[in-house]
Design a protein. Structure first.
Ligand code: ATP
Length: 360
């Protein structure tokens, strides 16, 4: 491959009339990657997938696979497969025939088809179920047949549009791990569209958070969670607390802001906003500290605990600050999560290095 990414989108734009669904978007995806596309409804995720698959043609920009320009190549000539949200299986065909379909169309020898179907059944943990019809399967099993059918032609890239949307919560959780295993074992790059940020955090090597046809941030899930580039990303990926204010001075690697309610807060900042300009500090619930109000208290505010919920080993507090702001704080039992009670007065603060001041 000579270092070229498996897939490259170079400044791709696609509009429907006046509506620009994908705007000047560039993206590289290497081989053997599990990549998730994340974003609110209507931000252009499906359009981007359809452009990659070849069901749509960009108005501008080029698409490359393995260094070859595929922008004008029809879908069936691209070594790319797409698994749609409604992965309609052929109801009258057995599981094995459903999986074999693509290879049969290619006119592959019978023996090869049988062997590859067996491989696929093994991959999706359905060996021995090849003779069943789709209506004799559970929802999760049907999803796995669809995955096997999409992978049997050994595409270089598999696009999956909300692959787990039809499954209930528990099954989604288990199936996430199966998808990850299938990706690892085949070495095919997966691009998964989801609007479920938890799903993307669990499965993806890297993820892109989209907004209004463009990508706000690309990175490893942990990086995106800990170092959000924009307010949209901070709010979309995981839970967070926001404090809006104006920059009053620069600190090493960051800024100090003053909120309209007289609170002074310091946070790291990647950019260099002008003094007096508006920024938003994002601080995750687990990075807020609770202490007894005192004269040395800084970078925070006193407040009162409104609610306390204990779930899965974590205490979640909703606290009303003296400024009127409501914040969420999360603590494990080991961090003193069991000590605080509803109605208690506490000081809520954070270390500047745990918070991000966001300009956009
Ligand atoms: P969702 O999560 O709801 O599926 P999405 O992020 O996949 O949303 P897209 O389906 O890509 O979003 O749509 C992006 C924008 O383009 C939306 O405003 C949508 O209404 C518009 N759009 C998509 N397809 C067409 C089309 N064929 N004709 C006109 N507008 C379209």
């Amino acid at each position: 491959m000579g270092g070229a990414p498996l897939l490259r989108l170079a400044r791709v734009t696609k509009a429907y009339g006046h509506l620009v669904a994908v705007r000047d978007l560039s993206l590289d995806i290497p081989a053997n990657e599990f990549f998730a596309l994340l974003g609110p409804s209507g931000c252009g995720k499906t359009t981007l997938m359809r452009l990659i698959a070849g069901f749509e043609t960009p108005d501008d920009g080029r698409i490359y696979l393995d260094g070859q320009d595929i922008t004008d190549l029809p879908p069936h000539l691209r070594p790319i497969n797409m698994m749609f949200q409604s992965y309609a299986l052929f109801p009258h065909m057995s599981v094995a025939h459903n999986i074999a379909f693509g290879l049969k169309q290619e006119g592959r020898p019978h023996q090869e088809i049988t062997a590859r179907v067996e491989d696929m059944l093994r991959l999706v943990q359905m060996s021995g179920l090849g003779d069943r019809r789709p209506d004799q399967l559970s929802g999760g099993q049907r999803q796995r047949v669809a995955l096997a059918r999409a992978l049997i032609k050994r595409p270089k890239l598999l696009l999956l549009d909300e692959p787990l949307a039809a499954l209930d919560r528990k099954l989604r959780h288990d199936t996430q791990f199966e998808l990850m295993q299938a990706q690892r074992e085949t070495g095919t790059s997966f691009v998964v569209v989801t609007h479920d940020q938890d799903e993307a955090m669990v499965m993806a090597h890297r993820m892109a958070v989209m907004r209004a046809g463009a990508i706000d941030q690309i990175g490893a899930p942990r990086e995106v969670y800990e170092e959000p580039a924009t307010r949209h990303v901070a709010g979309f990926v995981g839970e967070t607390n926001f404090f809006e204010g104006r920059v009053i001075q620069y600190m090493p690697g960051g800024v100090e802001i003053e909120t309209g309610k007289g609170l002074r807060l310091e946070a790291l900042c990647r950019e260099h906003p002008a003094i007096g300009s508006k920024v938003t500090i994002s601080i995750r619930p687990e990075n807020l500290r609770l202490s007894v109000p005192g004269i040395f208290s800084k970078n925070g505010s006193a407040g009162e605990i409104l609610d306390h919920v204990f779930r899965e080993g974590l205490s979640s507090f909703r606290i009303k600050l003296e400024t009127g702001d409501l914040v969420h704080v999360r603590k494990s039992v080991g961090e003193g999560g069991a000590q605080h009670k509803r109605g208690e007065r506490v000081f809520v603060s954070f270390a500047p290095e745990h918070a991000r001041a966001l300009v956009k």
